[in-house]
Design a binder for this molecule. Sequence first.
Ligand SMILES: NC(=O)c1ccc[n+]([C@@H]2O[C@H](COP(=O)([O-])OP(=O)(O)OC[C@H]3O[C@@H](n4cnc5c(N)ncnc54)[C@H](O)[C@@H]3O)[C@@H](O)[C@H]2O)c1
Ligand SMILES: [Zn+2]
Length: 364
Amino acid sequence: MLCHEVKIPPTPGGGYRITIGTGLLPTVWERMRADFAASTPFVVTDEDVVAAGHLSRLVGANEAACFVIRPSGEKSKTVDTAVAIVETMEKAFLGRDSIVLALGGGTVGDIAGFAAAVFKRGVPVVQIPTTTLAQADSAVGGKTGVDSSVSKNAFGAFWHPAAVYIDVATVKTLDERQYRAGIVESIKHGLIADSSYFELIEANIDAILARDTGALEQIALANCRIKGAVVEADPTERNQRRMLNYGHTIGHAVEAASGYGLLHGEAVAVGIVAAGLIEAEMGLANGDRLGRIRALFERLGVPRAKSGGIRPSELMDLLRHDKKAVHGWPKFVLIEGIGQVYVRNGAYAVDVPPEIVNSVLERL
Ligand SMILES: NC(=O)c1ccc[n+]([C@@H]2O[C@H](COP(=O)([O-])OP(=O)(O)OC[C@H]3O[C@@H](n4cnc5c(N)ncnc54)[C@H](O)[C@@H]3O)[C@@H](O)[C@H]2O)c1
Ligand SMILES: [Zn+2]
């Protein structure tokens, strides 16, 4: 089996290796035991990932202490679940030598990473992502957390993984809508950092949709290189890392206004189109960039516009309450070309007058 490796250079918590391959999962246990010989593994996963057969593929005939999150998905991303994980580890007499293996999508990765960050003041976590979103985005970068009853990721920690293993074959069992929505984060990486990567996705969209593992390995590698470089430059999101928020400011508002009926990636697609309209208003458009992006999203089968039921005024209110808003209004990440973030006075997120945003939302 061919394995690609990306080494993320020192981050607070040390550098780590990302191993990417097809059919890697059954070999992860042995690889992990070799790299972390002194540690006792504890697996966190969720019931849909177990049903898809991935837990048995990971553990094989080995003895493993395990916590299965039920039900799967955002509903379980709570402090209560983190508490249950910590208490299960305690009852299994696990100590500071334990290592948490997070097997699943972004939900599992965020919860398990957070539990690892707080268990006995922190034990290492290994991320083993199984969704297109987690493989492109959440498994790398060290953000972990759980939701409060008021907002998403209200409790959280930067807790970089000790290692990441990406088996691109695991996404073959993923639901079609989830699969497609997760690809939006890959497209975002091309838009903010690498035009040739964007072109690669455009040229290979049929193979990606067919879940061709060669194509998936290529995009996994590019995603890790891009996100890794951004995170290395700014591990705690003081400036450059904000570029990963491209399409997310309006995307988060659209996601919330849909009552979370839209998947995250679907809402981000709408947010990226909105960013393109803002760029046109601000004189940053060149050629038919937005047309290309819309065509790619159409091919991917994700929305390009908000649903008619969502009012611009509602989105404006949500933007005023954005968690990154300063004096009641957020800054926006924009691009001035494919692969080129617009940076003004050294800042990667810039001021856009509310009137411009409002007029864009009217047309979105
Ligand atoms: N930490 C970060 O940097 C970061 C970045 C982006 C998103 N996130 C978080 O990620 C979460 C969303 O993650 P997600 O989109 O991966 O969703 P998810 O983890 O909820 O997974 C979606 C569904 O697919 C199932 N599933 C996962 N892998 C599967 C597989 N291989 N086969 C069959 N079913 C499978 C899950 O059990 C779940 O039911 C959100 O909570 C979001 O806040 C975190
Ligand atoms: Zn995102």
